[in-house]
Design a protein around this ligand. Structure first.
Ligand code: DHK
Length: 151
């Protein structure tokens, strides 16, 4: 059966390309979505890309991923990473493999960015690779999904 994963981006990620380019680079969210779809295609996985500035909308999409029988989630919860117990609970509730991703190396930044609620429930976390991290996250998740299939 065809596989699907959701790639969810949180607040301000719609501003990629113009937002603090020294930290986040010049690539836009459209570039990220394109990279994600192309990476998924290499593994025969359809990638659903979504971005919202609102916590509840992100939670609805996490629940939708489960309802639509998606195989996993890649999430950059951005500013909600360090605050949202509600997003963490949604990820726990849907019982899908989750990969957390950040464009920057959050551990080299301010200490308030270090404590990630997503890391508490994610299978793995990638940070500091720029937007290439999304391709790495999808590649890793694709490996997990196919390993699970073989079990
Ligand atoms: C993006 C954000 O918006 C910040 O709030 C995080 C993350 C870091 C990133 O590197 O992709 O702290």
């Amino acid at each position: 059966m065809a596989k699907t994963i959701y790639v969810l981006n949180g607040p301000n990620m719609n501003l990629l390309g113009t937002r603090e380019p020294k930290k986040y680079g010049r690539a836009t969210l459209a570039d990220v979505d394109k990279l994600c779809r192309a990476t998924g295609k290499r593994f025969g996985i359809e990638v659903v890309c979504r971005q919202s500035n609102q916590e509840g909308v992100l939670i609805d999409w996490i629940q939708e991923a489960r309802a639509k029988k998606a195989d996993g989630i890649v999430i950059n919860a951005a500013g909600y990473t360090t605050t949202s117990i509600a997003i963490m609970d949604a990820l726990l509730a849907v019982k899908l493999p989750v990969i957390e991703i950040h464009i920057t190396n959050i551990h080299q930044r301010e200490s308030f960015r270090h404590n990630s609620y997503m890391s508490k429930v994610a299978k793995a976390m990638i940070c500091g690779f720029g937007i290439e991290g999304y391709a790495l996250a999808i590649t890793g998740l694709a490996g997990m999904i196919s390993a699970k299939e073989k079990r």
